[in-house]
Design a protein around this ligand. Structure first.
Ligand code: ARG
Length: 279
């Protein structure tokens, strides 16, 4: 299974339960509850959707995101695929998705990596420009030269409000865990159906990395997508896809931020310059 499915999940709420196999455990599995006070740049991206049992569509948590500038949020391209800015919003400083708390900000525009497509791996990054500026601190994205962040065994922090149970319930509270970066080889070997040839293995890992534990039990899960992966204090990844959750044989895949830093920095910087011009 690949992120095409994940994107479908993000778009079609009702199909979500199909994703997590029975027996796969909670989201940010093996992690602990945390707070947006501790991670102030951690954002919830809400999307207008019609949920089970609802008669009218409502804005609910859909993906994670990171505040990377006063009016800039980094998330996954599959989280906003096919969406218009008015179909989503960002919430800052709300620990519990069920609560009314936090600052809600509308989205002005959505930039997705131009090569992102639901049928291709990688390029799963998007930058949202917000209508209003939010207070920092801002998360710092890894630079082009920070490639050593993906050394096998590096400790990576994942955060999110993703699914907490096999039946696909999202966590009400923000959770976090540490996972371990895998070698590209281990990543592609775990998904022979996704990376059938040496060429695809090499190309496929250019824009992604994977992480987890061979014994499973700690992972991101549905609803954590778009959220940042922090290695050595920098945003080194964005939650992207996996076959299930916390299955040791199927590690989670994350966008390799260093492959896109120049592009992302351009997107993030541009708006700040535009803002400065307005003043
Ligand atoms: N695609 C999922 C989402 O939209 C995230 C999948 C990550 N899964 C994992 N087992 N690491 O929320």
């Amino acid at each position: 299974m690949n992120w095409r499915r994940s994107a479908t999940v993000a778009l079609v709420a009702g199909l979500a339960s199909f994703f997590v196999m029975p027996g796969s455990a909670q989201a940010i599995v093996g992690g602990n509850p945390t707070s947006t006070a501790k991670y102030p740049w951690m954002l919830s991206y809400e999307q207008i959707r019609l949920r089970d049992g609802d008669t009218v569509p409502s804005l609910r948590h859909s993906c994670g995101a990171a505040l990377v500038g006063p009016n800039k949020a980094l998330t996954a391209a599959h989280c906003v695929f096919g969406q218009k800015p008015e179909q989503g919003r960002i919430v800052q400083g709300r620990d519990r998705t069920g609560s009314a708390g936090g600052k809600k900000v509308k989205i002005d525009s959505i930039w997705s990596h131009p090569d992102f497509a639901p049928a291709v791996h990688g390029h799963d990054v998007a930058v949202l420009t917000l209508r209003e500026s939010l207070p920092g601190p801002y998360a710092v994205i890894a630079g082009t030269a920070d490639t050593d962040l993906y050394t096998e065994g590096e400790s990576a922090r994942i955060l999110g409000w993703g699914a907490v149970a096999p039946e696909m319930q999202k966590s009400d509270e923000l959770r976090t865990a540490l996972i371990s970066v895998y070698s590209d080889r281990k990543c592609t070997d775990s998904y022979p159906e996704e990376f059938p040839t040496d060429e695809i293995k090499k190309e496929g890992m250019k824009g992604q990395f994977c992480a987890g534990f061979p014994e499973g039990g700690v992972d991101s899960c549905q609803g954590d997508s778009g959220g940042p992966v922090i290695i050595d204090g920098r945003v080194a990844g964005v939650v992207s896809w996996a076959a299930s959750c916390a299955d040791g044989k199927k590690p989670g895949f994350y966008s390799r931020v260093t492959a896109y830093s120049a592009m992302l920095q351009h997107q993030i910087g541009e708006v700040n310059a535009a803002l400065a011009n307005h003043r």
